[in-house]
Design a protein around this ligand. Structure first.
Ligand SMILES: CCCCCCCCC/C=C/C(=O)SCCNC(=O)CCNC(=O)[C@H](O)C(C)(C)COP(=O)(O)OP(=O)(O)OC[C@H]1O[C@@H](n2cnc3c(N)ncnc32)[C@H](O)[C@@H]1OP(=O)(O)O
Length: 332
């Protein structure tokens, strides 16, 4: 285990294997990776400071009071940390549907980063405070009629959220208490374990093709790693939203529970995962996920450019507008 500079993270070209400059010297003086400033465009959150997956012991900046992260609530996410168990709950509360807007994503990443920097926290349960909806996925209005600069900023934030959740060395459990299409499903898929409320009215899946858009390769990779190639291929092409019982059958979620048992069960599963020594579990997790994380990390800018050119196409804009119109008509 190497203590690394607090500036070190997924924005560094050497991530996730810290280069010599990113590793702290014997004096413990922080030495930022020299390439880092060039890698973090202006205006982007300090989101890329995730320590390597094996480095929890080096995470806590000296002097930061643990109490800081005990409970904090910003606008869209309520975070509660139980220091006795080491388990935090992040509850999405962005009405009406917990859509993943730029603001939501920003707050999400900051909240998770705070927990990562708190040694008292070893596991996080993601759930929703909005009845019947876990998350409606990416906020479609962020992808409609905006500037290329906005698309770039938005997509970078989407990437950041995924890199943080998928690469997180804490135990991440999704307690899916409502519908969870597309980006909402991605959040759940990126966790270590998924528990869903046993209600066939709640569905989960990567339904991008239904909107006339395409799930990016890292959405696909994450899905394949959970359900396997064949199920992912069929489900992705069809843009399938699987009702909870079907999601269980296909392995999209790991178990179903009655709504009133969800939090209790999530806590029990978390305790089971936390019973393992952190370092062994973390290294194993990192080993399982590294290839998929690296693929995005090494093609991040290309992926943003691809998103911009794809989203800016008039045909895609038209599809998204029609989809939003369909949603409005349904709700109105
Ligand atoms: C790099 C390579 C290329 C990359 C190419 C690009 C890849 C992009 C990848 C995209 C990933 C995504 O997540 S795309 C997003 C996919 N998401 C979806 O398809 C979900 C759509 N929403 C729903 O199905 C439903 O809203 C659902 C969540 C089940 C809740 O149903 P309800 O009946 O409870 O609520 P509704 O009445 O429908 O919705 C309430 C209001 O919220 C709005 N709303 C709902 N979902 C919304 C959303 N995702 N974004 C914005 N607004 C949304 C509705 O329009 C309503 O607005 P008002 O009428 O004004 O009140």
């Amino acid at each position: 285990m190497f203590p690394v500079s607090p500036n070190y993270g997924s924005g560094c070209p050497c991530f996730p294997t810290p280069c010599a400059q990113a590793v702290l010297g014997s004096t413990s003086t922080p030495v930022p990776c020299p390439a880092l400033p060039a890698c973090v465009p202006p205006g982007v959150l300090p989101l890329s400071r995730r320590p390597p997956a094996w480095g929890r012991a080096a995470r806590q900046p000296p002097g930061l009071p643990l109490a800081l992260a005990r409970a904090f609530s910003n606008n869209k996410i309520l975070v509660e940390l139980d220091e006795s168990s080491g388990v935090a709950t992040m509850k999405f509360k962005s009405p009406p549907v917990n859509s993943l807007s730029l603001d939501f994503l920003t707050e999400f990443c900051i909240s998770l980063e705070k927990l990562e920097n708190n040694r008292a926290c070893r596991g996080v349960i993601l759930t929703s405070a909005i009845p019947k909806i876990f998350s409606s996925g990416l906020d479609i209005t962020e992808m409609c009629g905006k500037s290329t600069e906005h698309y770039a900023e938005f997509w970078r934030a989407v990437q950041e959220m995924w890199l943080r959740v998928y690469g997180c060395n804490m135990v991440m459990i999704a307690a899916v208490n409502g519908s969870s299409p597309a980006g909402g499903c991605l959040i759940a898929l990126s966790c270590d374990y998924r528990i869903m409320v046993d209600n066939p009215k709640f569905s989960i899946g990567l339904n991008e093709t239904q909107l006339g858009i395409v799930a990016p390769f890292w959405f696909k990779d994450t899905f394949v790693n959970v359900v396997g190639q064949r199920i992912a291929e069929r489900s992705l092409q069809l843009g399938a939203l699987h009702p909870a019982p079907e999601a269980l059958k296909l392995g999209v979620v790991d178990e179903l529970v009655p709504e009133e048992k969800l939090q209790e069960r999530a806590a029990a599963v978390m305790a089971q995962w936390l019973a393992l020594p952190d370092h062994a579990r973390q290294i194993t997790k990192s080993m399982m996920r590294k290839t998929v994380l690296d693929r995005l990390i090494s093609h991040r800018e290309e992926d943003i450019q691809h998103f911009i050119s794809f989203t800016s196409k008039e045909s895609i804009q038209k599809s998204l507008r029609m989809y939003m119109e369909m949603l409005r008509k349904k709700s109105g």
